[in-house]
Design a protein around this ligand. Structure first.
Ligand code: COA
Length: 266
């Protein structure tokens, strides 16, 4: 697997506080692998890390890939939002944040190609929100999941509540967000948050194998299926059915444009 440095260059010469860390981009065939690289802070998602992830998603390697794998490395996925940053925010700064780096969760969720999270160790708060923004999630038995936010006086707010409710329903969302249990990989699989659980140390290999299979699917059908699933979760039944039908019809369409004779102006 070869590594590519995102053009944004988020690698300060002297890493400090919330501005350290990076997102590394690797390529394996037609799969792009993005690795959160802030191990010292358990891959806490500072605005710097979110911007680095947004830059990584814009690289040619990701754009031209047929599947994206997101990992935090072999022992932690992410311990969530960077707590040292969020303490200082006032309401205006929060909205400014969503207009800037906070948009990366939706950027990931709206990739046209499929995405898979490979999870080991802590996957908490914003880290779990990031994982929920990918299409599939593979975790190894070392993984721990949870939403600690309410306990520290905030709420999940990077699409986590919305995605949890659409995936599991309001009853389970209340249980996880208000009850704040720490879930093992087996618990998370049972609830429906995970696609698969592997032995410790094997989540990335399994995610790559899965990504290799997804990368061979017809790209337009895959992309339209993703959009139709989103529409089904977000709109009325009538609209959702219409989107399904439009998606199917557009896949059946063959080029039908008649090429005009001459220059077409007569
Ligand atoms: N934001 C910023 N820094 C974080 C962080 C976060 N969310 N989570 C961990 N870190 C930092 C710690 O401050 C520590 O830095 P230091 O070595 O410079 O002091 C380093 O990462 C290691 O964390 P530490 O707490 O020593 O590891 P641990 O194994 O004892 O505990 C956790 C791991 C995940 C249980 C604990 O770090 C934790 O509870 N983190 C916060 C989780 C959270 O509330 N996330 C949701 C935010 S919305």
């Amino acid at each position: 697997m070869s590594e590519v440095r995102p053009s944004g260059g988020h690698a300060p010469a002297e890493p400090a506080a919330a501005s350290d860390g990076n997102v590394r981009v690797f390529v394996s065939g037609s799969v792009a692998v993005l690795r959160l690289d802030r191990r010292r802070k358990l891959n806490a998602l500072s605005t710097h890390m979110e911007s680095a992830l947004a830059d990584a998603l814009e690289t040619e390697e990701v754009r031209s890939s047929r599947c994206v794998v997101l990992t935090g490395g072999s022992d932690v996925f992410s311990a969530g939002a960077d707590l040292s940053e969020i303490a200082a925010l006032d309401p205006a700064a929060v909205f400014e944040y969503y207009a800037r780096s906070g948009g990366v969760y939706e950027k990931l969720a709206s990739l046209r190609q499929p995405s898979v999270s490979a999870i080991s160790g802590y996957c908490l708060g914003g880290g779990l929100e990031l994982a929920l923004a990918t299409d599939l999630r593979v975790a190894d038995e070392s993984a721990t999941f949870g939403f600690p936010e309410v306990g520290i006086g905030i709420v999940p707010s990077s699409g986590g509540i919305y995605r949890l409710v659409t995936m599991l329903g309001t009853a389970k969302a209340r249980e996880l967000i208000l009850g704040r249990p720490r879930l093992s990989a087996a618990d998370a699989l049972r609830l429906g948050l995970l696609t698969e659980v592997t032995p410790v140390g094997e989540s990335l290999d399994r995610a790559l194998a899965l990504a290799g299979e997804l990368a061979h699917l017809p790209p337009l059908a895959t992309s339209l299926a993703k959009r139709a699933i989103d529409a089904a979760a977000e709109s009325s039944k009538a609209v959702a059915l219409f989107v399904e039908q439009l998606a199917y019809a557009s896949l059946q369409q063959r080029p039908q444009l008649a090429v005009p004779e001459g220059d077409g102006r007569t």
